[in-house]
Structure formats: C-alpha cells, structure tokens
Design a protein around this ligand. Structure first.
Ligand SMILES: [Zn+2]
Length: 81
C-alpha cells in the first residue's frame, strides 16, 4: 500500500514517490534521502514546491525547528528524484 505524506511547504498530501525527502540523521546531518529509508526526522517537498524559493522562506527550518544548511535548499532544486 502506498502511503501519503504532506509537503511541508504547500501542506498538501502526496504519495511518497512524488516527493523529495530531506532527513536529519542520527549525526544531526541533513541529507537528501533518495532511498526515503534513512532513519531520522524527515520532511517532504513536492515537485511543484521544489521550484519555489524555499531558501528565502526557510520552509525546512520551520519543519525541523532548527537551521537547515543553505546547500540543502540548493540541492533540493537540482536533485533528481
Ligand atoms: Zn508542495
């Protein structure tokens, strides 16, 4: 069964394979989780929101309640998933 996840920018629900997952792992490092299986707190961004200026609005900082490195925001834009 496919599971739905919420895009942390537009707050709409999507299937996991339509989203890019960002995760904070055990070492407190932020990663783009292509496997969507890395343990840790995760946040999802949909394909439409990826085109938006998430860095300016610091969308992930709100989700993770801490400072997400700027390069993660850059990676979201260029990452193939
Ligand atoms: Zn979205």
């Amino acid at each position: 069964m496919k599971s739905l996840r919420m895009c942390c920018n537009c707050r709409k629900m999507f299937y996991k394979d339509e989203l890019i997952r960002i995760v904070r792992n055990k070492e407190n490092l932020f990663l783009i989780d292509k496997t969507k299986k890395i343990n840790g707190r995760g946040a999802y961004i949909c394909s439409e929101c990826r085109k938006e200026d998430l860095k300016k609005r610091k969308v992930l900082n709100k989700s993770f309640k801490c400072n997400v490195p700027e390069n993660i925001y850059d990676d979201i834009k260029v990452e193939e998933c």
